[in-house]
Design a protein around this ligand. Sequence first.
Ligand SMILES: Nc1nc2c(ncn2[C@@H]2O[C@H](COP(=O)(O)OP(=O)(O)OP(=O)(O)O)[C@@H](O)[C@H]2O)c(=O)[nH]1
Ligand SMILES: [Mg+2]
Length: 246
Amino acid sequence: MSDRSSALSATELPELYDYLCKLIVIGDSGVGKSCLLHYFLNDKIRDPSPHTIGVEFASTLMRLPSSLPPSAGAAPGATSSKTLKVQCWDSAGQERFRSVTRNYYRGACGAVIVYDITSRKSFEALQSWLSDARALASPELQVVVVGNKMDQEDDRQVPYLEGSRWAQDHGALFVETSSRRGDNVEQPFILLARAILLAVESGKLDPDKAGSGVSYGERALRRISSWSGSLNGGTSKGKLLGGKCC
Ligand SMILES: Nc1nc2c(ncn2[C@@H]2O[C@H](COP(=O)(O)OP(=O)(O)OP(=O)(O)O)[C@@H](O)[C@H]2O)c(=O)[nH]1
Ligand SMILES: [Mg+2]
C-alpha cells in the first residue's frame, strides 16, 4: 500500500526540483496501465476506467536519497536528497493507436511496461513493447516490467518467477502490483526514479545531452497552478504531488 505520507495539494506547491525526467507507461490494452498510474498519483482506485485514447499525461514530484555527499555548508550529519519532477505519459494499448503513441517514446528515460498476470497473451507481448521502447526512447532507457492484477491469484496465467526471470534476462526491474487493491502501486515509479537518479549521478545519463530523457530543473521557487490540456483527442491532466523521501 501507499508509503507516501504527505500528498500535497496540486495548487500552491512550490516547484523546486533538481531534474525533470520523462517516463512512458506502455503495454497491451486492458492490462491496467491507467489504473496503476491513477492509484500511484491519487492513492485511490480508478473506477470506471475507460480505454485511453492516444496519450494522457500527468506529473509528480519525488524526493529520493542521493548517492552524492551533501553540499558544502550542510549541517553536520545531514543526508543529501534530490527532487525529481517525473512526467508520466500513459499511452493507449490498442493497436490502432500504436503509430500515434510511438511518437511519445522519444525523449523518455524510463519505461513502465505492464502486463496482466491473468493474461499470457499480454505477457508474450512484452518483447514487442520493449523492442519499440529501446529503439525509440533514450539510449540509456531504464525499464521496469510490471505484472499487474496480482489480486486475481485464482486466474493467474504467468507465475511470479517467470515474470521476474523475463525482466532480469532483458535488463529490466520487476514488480507485481494490484491497481485494484493498491498493492505496490508506487514501486514501479520509485524503482525507476532511483535507477534514473543513479544513472545521472554516475554520469551514465547526461542531462545536458539532447534526447537523454533528463534535464536540469530550474531550482527556482515558483508557484504552480494546476493545469490541463488535451492530446490526440484524449483527456490529459496534470497533477503535482509532494512526498517524503522515497
Ligand atoms: N482485478 C483487477 N482489475 C484491474 C486492475 N487494474 C486494472 N484493472 C481493470 O482492468 C481494466 C482495464 O484497466 P485500464 O487501466 O483502463 O487498462 P489500460 O491498460 O489503461 O488499457 P488501455 O487504455 O486500453 O491501454 C479496468 O476494468 C480495470 O478496472 C487490477 O490490478 N486488478
Ligand atoms: Mg489506459
